[in-house]
Design a protein around this ligand. Structure first.
Ligand code: ZN
Ligand code: ZN
Length: 375
């Protein structure tokens, strides 16, 4: 899938080789937490390291080999993954692999602590007693997964292209009298027809005053002439997601307050994209967008973060908000999505997916970014 315009900033990004990802993760776990082996239980992390898409798989990274355990439902796809993975089929994959690590003589076992429940941690600890302590390694896998390889960015770009093309087809047919629900479901069908493997998440379609709810669930409310219409949607291709929000006015020119609201959020989104660059503090990107909205007196009407990482999960590292730590890095792919929500009247959000290179960003969601009249 070759992109229409190449991503020219990919030179220093990690290669898309799964064994290299596993080696790098295990090396970092050794350096940062002093562990010799690592148990990976988060499903997106397991997929990133092994290629297996499942709801119940665990990977054990040992210095000389990787063992993937899953249950019988995923046996066939697991066995197709390649010779460099040992596959174990078991109903309790995590317990089995913890015991295996102990049998292999591991003195400590790291685990991805954002992914294990207290209940799971207790049962795994019980399985090995005091012999081999379980050591948390923080969000190491999530942090490494946040830096995408060029091949991963290609997939996100493809998901963005399919979904934004579907939006253009959708809005050409929206008419007053259509319900939010019907519009949402129609968009998802068009994305599938255009090559999406799935929707990224249930599309948010909000009309009129409903646009004031940041995460509105589509209802049977009919769109009417003069309504603001918010559509927040995404597709999934090969496991990678897109996420985009565009605004429209139905059957009429925007009123003065609609246009003003839109222009402020548009400027905030532009300021966020402008600030996004390798080497800047993640929190400064949020500040750039937020300050535009605050200057208009709407600070309290922007109640969510400016954006989030996106990839194998719709929401992943790094979160782009006021309390975010760390720096923006080449390979990060994040949304920039400021919004202003005025209860009883309406709201505006504009959202784009941006890939960060070492000397610039690429906006992957290339849908027109004006307040267009449709219907
Ligand atoms: Zn969104
Ligand atoms: Zn989003």
């Amino acid at each position: 899938m070759s992109p229409p315009t190449g991503f020219e900033h990919a030179a220093d990004l990690p290669a898309d080789r799964l064994p290299a990802r596993r080696e790098r993760l295990l090396r970092s776990a050794a350096d940062e937490a002093g562990v010799g082996s690592l148990l990976v239980t988060g499903q997106a992390n397991v997929r990133w390291l092994t290629g297996l898409d499942s709801s119940n798989a665990v990977a054990l990274l040992l210095p000389d080999r990787t063992v993937l355990a899953t249950d019988a439902r995923y046996e066939a796809p697991a066995l197709l993954l390649g010779d460099d993975l040992e596959v174990v089929i078991d109903r309790r994959p995590a317990v089995t692999l913890v015991r295996l690590a102990e049998e292999c003589g591991q003195l400590t076992l790291g685990f991805d602590e954002e992914q294990l429940t207290v209940f799971q941690h207790r049962s795994l600890s019980r399985a090995v007693g005091d012999v081999m302590p379980l050591v948390p390694v923080g969000d190491l896998a999530e942090r490494q997964r946040a830096r995408k390889a060029p091949e991963e960015i290609d997939r996100i770009r493809a998901a963005c292209e399919v979904s934004t093309a579907a939006l253009a087809e959708l809005v050409a047919g929206v008419r007053p009298g259509d319900t939010e629900l019907a519009i949402a479901r129609r968009l998802e069908v068009i994305m599938a027809e255009r090559g999406a493997d799935d929707r990224a998440f249930p599309a948010i379609v909000a009309a009129g005053p409903n646009t004031a709810a940041a995460h509105h669930h589509p209802t049977r409310r009919e769109v009417t002439r003069g309504d603001l219409l918010l559509i927040d949607f995404g597709a999934q291709i090969n496991g990678y997601h897109s996420d985009c929000t565009r605004m429209f006015v139905v059957g009429d020119q925007p009123t003065e307050w609609q246009q003003r609201l839109y222009d402020v959020v548009d400027r905030a989104a532009g300021a966020g994209r402008e600030a996004l660059a390798a080497g800047v503090a993640v929190a400064s990107v949020d500040e750039a967008a937020r300050s535009v909205i605050a200057e208009e007196g709407w600070a309290d009407a922007f109640g969510h973060g400016t954006g989030h990482g996106i990839g194998l999960e719709v929401h992943e590292s790094p979160s782009v908000n006021a309390t975010a730590g760390g720096m923006v890095q080449p390979g990060h792919v994040v949304t920039i999505e400021p919004g202003v929500y005025l209860p009883g009247r309406g709201g505006v959000r504009i959202e784009d997916v941006c890939a960060v290179g070492s000397d610039g960003i690429e906006v992957l969601t290339r849908a027109p970014r004006e307040l267009l009249t449709i219907g």
